[in-house]
Write a protein that binds this ligand. Structure first.
Ligand SMILES: [Zn+2]
Length: 470
């Protein structure tokens, strides 16, 4: 079955066919590092992390680039307000962002490209647009002339008259048309600047992305992702710049846009003052639970964020991980021969893996993919009571290993899945058994309590001691 992606450009789900065989070039609009990472950001970057992971799982070779807008109006303003230099400010919040991504297990990005490292390419593109008659210079500013580009509005489908009217609110008299946007901004006091053919200044926002992608991917690439609020004017401007500069269309084959995180019906955003920093969510739950919460909705739909919803996600996620903990705990001592629950779980595994891929092939429907894993877990809980062989327990764990690699889940507590810690827990359980047999209940209780404090629960069953993660 083919992979389908909803393309904002066509407003339909399309068969995914990359430009060059199995090679996929993917770009996602990154952050402007001027404040702490919030849950809305986390959603966007977890979404595209899953996209890259799934494409790799499907055998594509993905080159995933994300930009860092490390020079921008917002950085300049915040720098002036706080008295911190613009580059120090950027470095601080970029570090916070990368650390947050590490904790959320966003690991698929190949290159974080900082805009300020592409100034020569930016200048080359702006010069090219001026030479080709798509841009003009006024007092050291360079503007893109929207009227020169006939396909303007193709991505956002915003009516042009409405745009002209909307832009009039803050009209710059030097622009030929209110829709024209800045490619290069002339030096203002206290701002970072670079030399250019138009005098000292700094790049506009939209040109950073096309400078980075044309450098690494050439004039065309496969997937451009971001949250929905960047469709207009940002992505519209990117298309206009790139297609005018290179003459190649389409600039991007698939435009993917993720839904918002909302709180009480309103989009989480800086301007609305309702943002929840990722750290606040991580004070409440483990990073993996937050990640589960974020992928438990298809990426285009809205997510309603509340701390109660986060708690519910924690309980739901525990259903999956408790079953995995039990499978790990029982694996070593399980029968090597056929067991009564084997056939039933094998069938459930086959169905779940099929349903998982079907859901992911349907525009990365992580919600339905997780639904398949909940069904599988229910089947496991029944089958394990009947008895499972070592081979089938292992097959169950292996399947979750694959699902977990795609979704970036099922790794916490990280260490306990390792053979070393498995061995240590078994050793302690064995020593406790030996103490009990000798009537040394003080030692056996101590071991049980110590394991309990570490989140490992011991159960004495008719088949001997069993342990699981709590
Ligand atoms: Zn961007």
């Amino acid at each position: 079955m083919a992979l389908h992606i909803y393309n904002t450009l066509s407003r339909t789900k399309e068969d995914f066919t990359p430009l060059r065989g199995k090679r996929v070039n993917m770009f996602v609009c990154g952050i402007t590092p001027y404040d702490y990472t919030h849950v809305g950001h986390a959603r966007t970057y977890v979404t595209f992390d899953v996209v890259a992971r799934y494409l790799r799982h499907r055998g594509y070779s993905v080159f995933y680039v994300q930009n860092v807008t490390d020079v921008d109006d917002r950085i300049v303003t915040r720098s002036a307000e706080s008295g911190t230099s613009w580059d120090e400010l950027g470095n601080t919040f970029l570090e916070d962002y990368l650390e947050t991504m590490r904790r959320l297990r966003v690991s698929s990005v190949n290159l974080y490209a900082r805009a300020t490292e592409y100034i020569p390419e930016i200048i080359e593109q702006v010069s090219g647009l001026v030479e080709k008659g798509f841009a003009y210079q006024v007092d050291g500013d360079v503007f893109y002339e929207v009227d020169r580009y006939p396909s303007w509005g193709q991505l956002s489908r915003v009516k042009q008259e409405k745009l002209r009217a909307g832009a009039r609110v803050e009209v710059d008299e030097r622009k030929r048309d209110p829709r024209d946007f800045a490619l290069w901004k002339a030096k203002k006091p206290g701002e970072p600047t670079w030399d250019s053919p138009w005098g000292p200044g700094r790049p506009g926002w939209h040109i950073e992305d096309t400078a980075i992608t044309i450098t690494h991917f050439g004039p065309q690439y496969d997937i451009h992702g971001a949250a929905t609020d960047l469709i207009f004017p940002h992505h519209e401007a990117e298309i206009a710049q790139a297609e005018a500069f290179t003459g190649v269309t389409p600039f991007v084959k698939y435009w993917m846009h993720g839904g918002f995180v909302v709180t009480k019906g309103e989009r989480m955003g800086k301007s609305l003052g309702n943002i929840v920093p990722v750290q606040d969510a991580l004070d409440r739950v483990e990073p993996e639970v937050l990640r589960f919460f974020l992928v438990n909705t298809q990426y285009r739909g809205p997510i309603d964020f509340t701390f109660e919803a986060l708690d519910e996600a924690q309980s739901a996620y525990a259903r999956l991980t408790e079953a995995l903990g039990r499978a790990r705990g029982e694996r070593e001592d399980a029968s090597k021969g056929k067991s009564p629950g084997d056939a039933e779980l094998r069938k459930a595994l086959k169905n779940a893996t099929q349903a998982f891929h079907q859901a992911m092939d349907d525009d990365f429907n992580t919600r339905d993919a997780l639904g398949a894993l909940f069904q599988l877990t229910t089947a496991f809980n029944t089958a394990v009571e009947r008895g499972l062989s070592q081979t089938v327990l292992q097959a169950y764990l292996d399947a979750f290993d694959v699902y977990g690699r795609v979704l970036g889940l099922f790794r916490t507590p990280t260490g306990v899945s390792s053979d070393l810690l498995q061995g240590l827990v078994r050793l302690l359980v064995g020593l406790r058994e030996a103490a009990r047999e000798k009537g040394d209940f003080e030692t056996s209780d101590r071991v049980r309590k110590a394991l309990g404090d570490l989140g490992i629960e011991l159960q004495d069953t008719s088949k001997g001691p069993r342990w699981r993660l709590t």
